[in-house]
Design a binder for this molecule. Structure first.
Ligand code: IVH
Length: 710
């Protein structure tokens, strides 16, 4: 019966997709098993994802796509045993995590040397030619320099001769990256698997590595910043920072909402460039289903490179994502090898950087904003001016020192620069006949513009702060920060709601949120039964947020999401954290004296201790899984291959890492152990041929349980 229904459902899909009734009479000649049916639905979804996210040319509407996706989800829910990890439904499968595991790159991810003008570019061309035999022709490939962050994607053997995404690593320090696989899987232009046919067409083996750039499109960036501002959070400075922050977010759900994109530009195997030319690599990547930037061109002379740059620069404002230059690479892999590397960068590539975009406008006024920590920031109100396609009306003046350094007055004309940054910078005061000086001195206020209390500047710091813990501006910012997306995620507690709650006097601090009554909410403007209940539900739900979020939400100075993660993992509970001395706090990786002091000061304050106690009574989460670090595997490198009987690859890796060991993707003479499970492939062969010891899961566990030094 089910089978019949499915066949009917399939017929309907065809009708709705092609909008053509003729398909209804197409007989279903094949009887598919449920498994085959699911596989076909997945292939169809993949095909449409590729058209949408990679080719930018969808053939079906979003609603049609959603309908099929929902159907697949329902079927998979009914038959969980048939779910495959590369199913389009599994992009956001991961749970929030406590941290990322560090993993070595197959070969270092280098940066590029820069050229800022034609002369420097021609000098580089000369160096390239001088490094190669005079008889050899040199071809270059010009690509846009995408302003994002680089990423390594590792693919390994999947079912039926396909490849599947095993791992996504950030650049990290270039040698060791962070394993952000769960987040990378949410990027729709990253294929979760590449079919055997595509591999064959592209000439790829089943195991390979793709490197590319993750970018946050401008539209997604603007939306993100609107949300952050609405939630009272500092906007991200530029799409690159926002992309980097997003990829390191511990909640894959949030990452999935952000719509990151990945453009592929390298193809490696075992750390070596796979194909004989870079232009061929870009073609192969495209054939395999990766997104490759369309503005790439192979040329034969440096003059053509310069012509490419001249055409690329004006594209900046219409691309929809940020670029900050052009990357030029020697096309032939053999020539790249011969040219080699200097320290941190290859000799066979260079980045031509565009100049920052600037404009001149008038400083109309200076506003003083009070932030969550009481910091007062001067903000320049400018006569709106168009810079590189964006209207700029505000610029940060950072602090009183910056105003002094610039010597700027109200009424001055100033030169404003917009890099990849969303908050433009005032570079200098412009003074000539057309731009006379302003006359009004900027006076930094002595008292808080919101509550009137005296501003304070701590020794050795540049910022003036309002230290009145009850300052309404601070309280507002505190609440907005606590509720924000990415913090406690309390939907419906934005600007307007927080202002109303404060004005009505229902809320005087974070803990009061948990005592709100429905009648109170109903008494507010534009709040109906439904939205009141929704907000109360959201607040209730937030009690289940993990310790990391609560710590982040408390708004301790210098404790951002990352530090909160480290603290939660290290101390395991708020009690242990509150009891920690500055010295113990500094023992946490990445926590310096400044941060340690801020945390200690925060918890020394009776008001904050009382807040913690009230939140505890309300039932918020104050414990986390503690990560104990022993150092029994210090200095050892492991390679995992095949399927282990009990541990997932991720868990095995985490265990090794937290014991001080390293996990690498490829076997070499330096590998200490290969941990092999069922269906271990070429890595096991290589280990055997190199004489690297091989462990099974039990062997690994034994090693992990061995006391340090044994
Ligand atoms: S090639 C060793 N190609 O620019 C080769 N990089 O300044 C390095 N980038 O770390 C990478 N677009 O994050 C390459 N088309 C492109 C790029 C690109 C942006 C970034 C990349 C790299 C940085 C170097």
């Amino acid at each position: 019966m089910r089978c019949l229904l499915l066949l009917f459902a399939k017929g309907q899909d065809l009708v709705s997709w092609f909008g053509c009734d003729l398909f209804i009479i197409l007989p279903m000649t094949r009887k598919l098993t449920l498994e085959q049916e699911l596989q076909e639905m997945r292939d169809t979804l993949r095909h449409h994802e590729h058209l949408y996210y990679v080719e930018d040319s969808p053939e079906i509407t979003d609603a049609q796509y959603d309908a099929l996706m929902n159907k697949l989800k329902k079927l998979e829910e009914a038959h969980p045993e048939l779910v495959t990890p590369d199913s389009p439904t599994q992009r956001v499968g991961g749970k929030p995590r406590e941290g990322f595991v560090k993993t070595a790159h197959s070969r270092p991810m280098l940066s590029l040397d820069n050229a800022y003008n034609e002369e420097e570019l021609r000098a580089w061309d000369q160096r390239v030619r001088a490094g190669l035999p005079a008889s050899e022709k040199v071809r270059y490939v010009c690509e846009l320099k995408l302003d994002g962050l680089s990423m390594a994607l590792h693919y390994g053997p999947g079912a039926h001769g396909s490849s599947h995404l095993e791992r996504g690593l950030t650049r990290g320090d270039g040698t060791i990256g962070e394993d952000v696989t769960t987040n990378v899987r949410t990027i729709r232009s990253v294929p979760l698997s590449v079919s055997a046919t595509k591999l064959k067409d592209a000439g790829l083996p089943q195991s390979f590595e793709v490197r590319g750039e993750v970018v946050l499109p401008q539209a997604a960036f603007l939306k993100l910043n609107e949300e952050r501002e609405a939630a009272g959070m500092t906007p991200a400075a530029n799409p690159r920072n926002a992309a980097a922050g997003t990829i390191r977010t511990l909640e894959p759900n949030i990452v999935a909402q952000r719509r990151l994109d990945l453009y592929a530009y390298f193809l490696l195997q075992g750390g070596e460039t796979l194909l004989p030319t870079h232009s061929g690599t870009l073609d192969a990547l495209k054939t395999a289903g990766f997104r490759v930037n369309q503005h790439a061109k192979a040329v034969a002379t440096i003059d053509e490179v310069i012509a490419f740059i001249a055409k690329a620069e004006p594209l900046r404002d219409s691309l929809g994502y940020e670029i900050d230059g052009v990357v030029i690479k020697v096309d032939a892999t053999a020539q790249q090898r011969r040219l080699g590397f200097t320290g941190k960068a290859p000799r066979w590539a260079i980045a031509y950087k565009f100049a920052a975009r600037a404009g001149i406008t008038k400083l109309e006024d200076v506003l003083f904003q009070v932030g969550r920590t009481g910091k007062v920031t001067p903000v320049a109100a400018l006569t709106p001016v168009l810079i590189g396609g964006t209207t700029v009306a505000r610029a940060t003046l950072h602090n009183a020192d910056e105003i002094g350094r610039l010597g700027v007055r109200i009424g001055d004309f100033v030169s404003v620069e917009r890099g990849g940054d969303v908050i433009p910078k005032i570079v200098e005061v412009v003074e000539d006949k057309a731009h006379p000086r302003g006359t009004v001195e900027i006076v930094f206020p002595e008292s808080c513009p919101e509550c009137g209390s005296e501003l304070v500047k701590a020794e050795g710091e540049v910022d003036w702060r309002c230290v009145n813990a009850e300052c309404p501006a601070r309280l507002r910012e505190e609440l907005l920060h606590f509720a924000a997306r990415g913090v406690m995620n309390i939907e419906g507690l934005g600007d307007a709601m927080v202002s109303q709650l404060l004005t009505a006097g229902y809320v005087k601090g974070i803990a009061d949120l948990y005592e709100l009554k429905k009648e109170q909410l109903l008494a507010l403007e534009r709040v109906g039964e439904k939205s009141a209940q929704a907000l109360l539900d959201e607040i209730e739900r937030s009690k289940g947020a993990p310790l990391v979020r609560v710590l982040f939400g408390l708004g301790i100075r210098f404790v951002g999401e990352r530090t909160a993660q480290l603290l939660a993992a290290h101390f395991g509970s708020i009690d242990a954290l509150m009891a920690a001395t500055a010295e113990e706090l500094e023992a946490v990786n990445e926590v310096g004296p400044r941060v340690a002091q801020a945390i200690a000061e925060f918890f020394a304050e009776p008001r904050n201790r009382a807040l913690v106690e009230r939140l505890r009574k309300e039932g918020l989460t104050f414990t986390a899984e503690k990560r104990v670090t022993t150092s029994t595997l210090e200095g050892l490198t492991f390679v995992l291959t095949g399927t282990l009987p009990n541990l997932t690859r991720e868990v095995a890796k985490e265990k090794i890492e937290s014991a001080g060991g390293r996990v690498s993707g490829s076997v070499s003479k330096k590998t200490s152990y290969v941990v092999a499970g069922e269906e271990a492939g070429s890595k096991l062969d290589k280990a055997t041929s190199l004489g690297v010891p091989v462990l099974d899961e039990a062997g690994l566990l034994e090693l992990l349980e061995r006391p340090a030094g044994a």
